[in-house]
Write a protein that binds this ligand. Structure first.
Ligand code: CO
Length: 140
């Protein structure tokens, strides 16, 4: 069963420009530092809100999985939503058993928070790409 909303993923051609917009226009004050996740082909920047985060993601490198998304949405757009689950393997097995399509052959990978994540195909989620992320253990 899904837990709390962790973040909303927003694709953008520039995480810095989009972060500045959330700061200047919406008054967001907790703006993280951009970092690259080379294996995932993305540059990431988190904006902290009182109840969740915005995960700004920008394509990085030649074969970024975001390249196609930005080709279709050159100004960027909402890319995924991320919910926490207590156990990623249990969540994955449950989704697969219920017939959902888990991307990357169901193989969890380490997400931007350093905990394992999976992605569930939008066709199983009303057209929205869903990321399930194992809740960080206390102390993280
Ligand atoms: Co995410």
């Amino acid at each position: 069963m899904i837990g709390r909303l962790n973040h909303i993923g927003i694709a953008t051609p520039s995480v810095e420009k989009t972060a500045a917009m959330y700061r200047d226009l919406y008054g967001a004050t907790k703006i993280g530092k951009a970092f690259v996740m080379e294996a995932q082909g993305v540059k990431v920047l988190f904006v902290d809100l009182p109840n969740a985060q915005l995960e700004l993601v920008e394509p990085y490198g030649e074969k970024s999985p975001l390249a196609n998304f930005l080709k279709k949405n050159p100004a960027g757009g909402q890319h995924h939503v991320c919910f926490e689950v207590p156990d990623i393997i249990a969540a994955r097995d449950d989704m697969v058993a219920k017939g959902a399509t888990v991307l990357n052959d169901g193989e969890p990978r380490i997400g931007a928070h350093g905990t394992p994540v999976i992605f569930v195909h939008p066709k199983n989620s009303g057209g929205v790409l869903v990321e399930l992320m194992e809740t960080p253990k206390a102390g993280h």
